[in-house]
Ligand binder design. Structure first.
Ligand SMILES: Cc1cc2nc3c(=O)[nH]c(=O)nc-3n(C[C@H](O)[C@H](O)[C@H](O)COP(=O)(O)O)c2cc1C
Length: 411
């Protein structure tokens, strides 16, 4: 470990993390250059630790920290993100820092309590814009859901203008140089590589973050993996802004549905309206009122295809099956597909449509795929709604936004 004095970000702000120079398995990848788990100590009147290290190094982390502060003096432990490569040292630290209050979002509380058996500890729940006086410095918090999991937040030290964004703006490089301007080589490629794998699946949320950062005068970014960015902070923010932007245009979605009382028709309209907000052209067909060939022609030139039917006596309704049976004989490679529908209690029609779509060579979306590619649990495929979709508008819109994000990104 480096001596603490050598890793000073600002007055009384120190790096207290762990360099992991192994080939680290992570998110189904092997991090060939290793990584670092960056934690920070703000040695103010109310000493504060921001994030910890991987669970494997929790004990080592606390021993290292002890060289610079008696853990009993620590007043706050800020946990920006609960994933155990950052919160992993919390159990060990909390045990030796009995006076510390754990600062995190509401969603993080239960996860931390359960992961580290901290039910008896004091938590301070912070929300967007909340500030915390740590005696000589002020911390300001912003919730950043899905950057990159649901409970995440970022912390900004107002006086030092240092942003502690945890996973955001990270790089996976084990290094003892710590700062981007001290790196052996240009780190841009590592920075972009990290963004693509971890952050890009949530690029919709990146745009919200970039807007929020415009109100902060960020002079240094101290993420929780890899290099601390201080040479040209705006360059890195601009890179996130450009990489998260919609770079593709001219996409089309075809929506085909059948309905008894218009609930599924309403879902089709919600999907259409959401796609159109992203400037995706949409063609909607009631399969009972349109010639099959007209629908098939639209499908052939679409980039996303959505089929919906309500369920009557455990089956699809109307003519939709006549279109579905034709699909396996057409080359639909590269298109995204999903089933949707309103139902009452079981919704078999939606599942039967899903099975039909799986017989094609389209990329058929499923909840399993969403979780595996993004970790998100608030987007579900097929899109199932009980009776009227008016109460679940967000669910339908989230699904359409997810598809739009896939269509409008070049990587
Ligand atoms: C005659 C009839 C049979 C139904 N059978 C089923 C069923 O087997 N499973 C189910 O989940 N819902 C069933 N439903 C409920 C409908 O799927 C539900 O009302 C749905 O919201 C209708 O959507 P729509 O307006 O798009 O047709 C049935 C409804 C009717 C009127």
């Amino acid at each position: 470990m480096k001596a603490l004095e050598q890793v000073t970000l600002s007055k009384d702000v120190y790096w207290v993390g762990k360099i992991d120079d192994r080939e680290v398995p992570f998110h189904r990848l092997i991090l060939a250059k290793g990584t670092t788990y960056n934690a920070y100590l703000l040695k103010t009147e109310k000493p504060t630790v921001i994030d910890t290290v991987d669970i494997e190094f929790g004990g080592e982390f606390v021993e290292y920290l002890k060289k610079f502060i008696n853990p009993a003096e620590i007043q706050y432990i800020v946990i920006n993100h609960t994933e155990p490569d950052h919160s992993g040292g919390l159990g060990a630290l909390a045990a030796q820092a009995p006076n510390a209050t754990i600062v995190c979002t509401q969603k993080a509380v239960k996860e931390l309590q359960e992961m580290y058996k901290l039910h008896d500890r004091t938590f301070l729940v912070v929300k967007d814009g909340d500030t915390l006086d740590i005696g000589g410095k002020t911390l300001k918090f912003k919730e950043t859901p899905y950057l990159h999991t649901e409970e995440t937040m970022i912390t900004f030290c107002v006086e030092d203008k240092i942003l502690f964004p945890c996973d955001i703006f990270s790089t996976h490089v084990a290094n003892e140089r710590f700062f981007d301007d001290k790196a052996d080589a240009d780190i841009t490629e590592d920075f972009i590589g990290y963004y693509k794998v971890i952050i890009h699946p949530h690029r919709r949320y990146v745009r919200t973050l970039i807007n929020a950062l415009k109100d902060l005068d960020v002079r240094m970014i101290a993420p929780s993996h890899g290099f601390i960015l201080r040479s040209d902070v705006q360059k890195y923010i601009d890179l996130y802004e450009s990489m998260s932007a919609d770079t593709v245009s001219g996409k089309k979605a075809t929506i085909v549905y059948t309905t008894i009382k218009s609930n599924t028709k309403k879902m089709a309209k919600m999907l259409k309206d959401t796609f159109e907000q992203y400037n995706i052209q949409v063609e909607v067909f009631n399969a009972d009122k349109t010639e099959k060939d007209e629908i098939l022609n639209s499908i052939k030139t679409a980039d996303a295809v959505l089929f919906g039917s309500s369920t009557r006596y455990a089956d699809m309704i109307g003519n939709i099956e006549q279109v579905l049976t034709e699909l396996p004989d057409i080359n639909l490679e590269g298109k995204i597909a999903s089933a949707f529908g309103s139902y009452g209690w079981s919704g078999e029609a939606i599942e039967v449509i899903h099975d039909y779509l799986l017989k094609t060579n389209m990329n058929v979306l499923s909840t399993s795929k969403v979780i595996k590619t993004t970790g998100m649990t608030d987007v579900e495929f097929p899109v199932r709604v009980r009776f009227s979709p008016n109460e679940c508008k967000e669910k339908v819109e989230n699904a359409a936004s997810f598809i739009a994000d896939l269509l409008l990104s070049s990587f």
